[in-house]
Design a protein around this ligand. Structure first.
Ligand SMILES: [Zn+2]
Length: 340
């Protein structure tokens, strides 16, 4: 029986490969940052090199691996593993990643959206443990999500369910999203939204006769990132407090919409912006409760993710595990071209 599963986190800046053992520990890693300047062949080469390097660290071979799970930062057609859209890795748009990588590595491969894998990891090993129906929402540079129904990932007809970042939470807003629509959650509350949010909140405060300055760590608005937003909030900078409050409100509205659609037991919120002070999540809960009122029969548990950066690789390995079995992936798949 194979001893390991491999999780590959193919990010917009980082390519991380983790070897996961049968007790769900990451026993070796290989991380690189030079794949974004490559074409598709270069990215596949880099993934294969990282896989071999990580296996080499524990003296293991490819034959000891049950399968490889790849997380992709964009829409993925499931189960074919064709990458549909991505804002980071343009050369992989519309690319048959599963089939091509499977042939290259000689191992079974599954490819899924990054937030789906993080959702599964939080459900199996993190803040979603013990639930049957859970939603994961990641609020970071962008906004993504994953849906667990009856203990399994729900992917929808083509694999793109749970893209909560493009849920419209502010119809009528001018804030433009990367998808071209206006008022999407991602355009209102995310790292990408920060600049627009700062300008909007500065204008609101000015209209109230206040002239809020930037936090001390920022020379101009271009310096403002998640970390400086947090610092500014903690130093009682009015603009930062106003942005955090607004981000919390929009995420609260987003979770209210999710609640009405899916009625999950728990919503786990992860992602880089969760380094914001607790006030952020308190605002999310307050806005959510204000909307749900007596339509909520049992308290919806909204809590922070537990796994952080490891969620991706663990989740990718967990997706491999969930696809194993008589009707799922098998070692044979990697030995021959999947298109024949
Ligand atoms: Zn959008």
């Amino acid at each position: 029986m194979a001893k390991y599963r491999i999780g590959i986190d193919l990010g917009g800046t980082k390519l991380a490969v983790g070897i996961v053992d049968s007790t769900w520990r990451i026993v070796a890693e290989s991380v690189s940052h030079d794949h974004t300047c490559c074409d598709e062949e270069g990215i596949l080469d880099r993934m294969a090199r990282n896989v071999d390097e990580a296996l080499g660290k524990i003296g293991a071979s490819r034959s000891e691996v049950a399968g490889v799970g790849v997380l992709f930062p964009g829409h993925v057609r499931w189960p074919e593993g064709i990458t549909l859209t991505t804002s980071n890795l343009a050369c992989l748009k519309g690319f048959p990643l599963r089939e091509t990588l499977q042939r290259r590595l000689g191992m079974p491969v599954v490819v899924d959206n990054d937030a789906n894998a993080q959702a599964l990891a939080e459900h199996r090993f993190g803040a979603g443990r013990g639930t049957r129906n859970m939603v994961f929402l990641t609020v970071s540079t962008g906004v993504g999500g994953g849906i667990i129904i009856n203990g399994e990932l729900y992917r929808g007809a083509t694999g793109t369910a749970g893209e909560f970042g493009h849920m419209i939470v502010a119809a009528g807003s001018d804030a433009k999203c990367s998808c071209g629509n206006r008022g999407c959650l991602m355009a209102m509350a995310s790292g990408i939204a920060l600049r627009q949010a700062a300008e909007r909140n500065a204008a609101i405060l000015a209209s109230q006769g206040q002239s809020p300055g930037l936090p001390t760590s920022c020379l101009d608005l271009d310096d403002l990132d998640g970390e400086r937003l947090r610092d500014g909030f903690l130093e009682n900078n009015q603009l930062c407090q106003s942005i955090v409050e607004e981000f919390g409100s929009y995420v609260g509205i987003g979770i209210y919409n999710i609640f009405q659609m899916l009625n999950p037991e728990r919503v786990v919120v992860g992602g880089g912006l969760l380094n914001l002070p607790d006030h952020f999540l308190d605002t999310v809960r307050k806005v959510f409760r204000g909307l749900a009122r007596d339509m909520m029969h049992d308290e919806l548990d909204i809590r922070k993710g537990e796994l952080g950066g490891q969620a991706g690789m663990l989740g990718a390995a967990a997706i491999v595990h969930s696809e194993e079995g008589p009707f799922g992936i098998s070692r044979d798949q990697g030995e021959k071209p999947a298109s024949t």
